[in-house]
Design a protein around this ligand. Structure first.
Ligand SMILES: [Fe+2]
Ligand SMILES: [Fe+2]
Length: 153
């Protein structure tokens, strides 16, 4: 058993809180896109600001996960989770590219007919991919701690 020098519920709680913050940012953009009709200039500005803010937050979140932390610690505890963890971390570049593509499409043709509707649909796909990604992460980390502490059935 790996040495435990921190309270596991605290570690798990921290990860879940980070994912909740990220989820809230993702939902903020989803709501901004969801308003009906062609967006006004103010709404376009608000959507772009929230997209860029999300992009910045996501980059930092991924960098933190990749530089060791909850995920690495879960693998240290339960090495057989290593492959699942590598697979999850490996999704980060594609997720960032997906979001970058949406931002780039809005920047390159902000007044094009249907640009915002198409970006809104693309964003819905991105949000679904992000949700699935974070759920996989939570599951692996929970499995790692649970098994290490002998809490699993
Ligand atoms: Fe991640
Ligand atoms: Fe994450």
């Amino acid at each position: 058993m790996a040495s435990i020098d921190r309270s596991d519920p605290v570690i798990l709680g921290h990860l879940l809180a980070e994912h909740r913050d990220l989820f809230n940012l993702i939902q903020t953009v989803r709501t901004a896109f969801a308003a009906s009709g062609e967006p006004t200039s103010d709404r376009r500005t608000a959507i772009m600001e929230s997209l860029r803010s999300l992009r910045c937050h996501l980059h930092d979140h991924f960098a933190q996960e990749e530089s060791g932390g909850f995920l690495e610690e879960a693998v240290t505890r339960i090495p057989r989770l290593s492959a699942a963890m590598r697979s999850i971390i490996g999704q980060h570049p594609a997720l960032l590219e997906e979001l970058d593509g949406i931002i780039a499409s809005l920047e390159s043709d902000p007044c094009g007919p249907g640009t915002w509707a198409a970006a809104g649909r693309a964003y819905g796909g991105f949000a679904d991919h992000m949700t699935a990604h974070e759920q996989r992460e939570n599951a692996v980390v929970q499995e790692g701690y649970c098994e290490d502490l002998g809490l699993c059935e």
